[in-house]
Design a protein around this ligand. Sequence first.
Ligand SMILES: [Zn+2]
Length: 171
Amino acid sequence: MPASKKPKATKLPIRIGYGWDSHEFKRGTPLKIGGLTLPHERGLGGHSDGDVLLHAITDALLGAIAGPDIGTIFPPSDPQWKGADSTVFLEEALRRVKQEGYAVANVDSTLILAAPKVGPHASALRERVAELLSIPQNCVGLKAKTPEGMGTDNAAIAHTVVLLQKAARRR
Ligand SMILES: [Zn+2]
């Protein structure tokens, strides 16, 4: 396409973003999900704290502004992110969202894992994610599924969609 025919960059009033992530269960590490430590005999491996839900939310936020993905901003090969608290990744994504002039409207996630049961922690998780995103709890959706027939019992998977809206202008 010739440069003159290229559609111009727009400032849409709303934008949608999607992210997903997976991590393998590993013994000897705490289970971090949604910024909380859940009681379980195994945690999630990976270069950071393995917080599969925060990684999916981070990628959804970055996707909504057509930004680089989490692995590009925080390369797994970089030793400074080894064992890193994933809230750092989320905060950077939120900073970029704000910089683009947007605010988070709502977020919806699905967690897929064989164990532990998410139900008893669902409300604490929603509360924590709402707090991290600075949005009301009724703007945080969270469903949990078991991986029926998928053969992924040794992994935790998270899918997230996020809606951004233009931030109110500050005076
Ligand atoms: Zn991840």
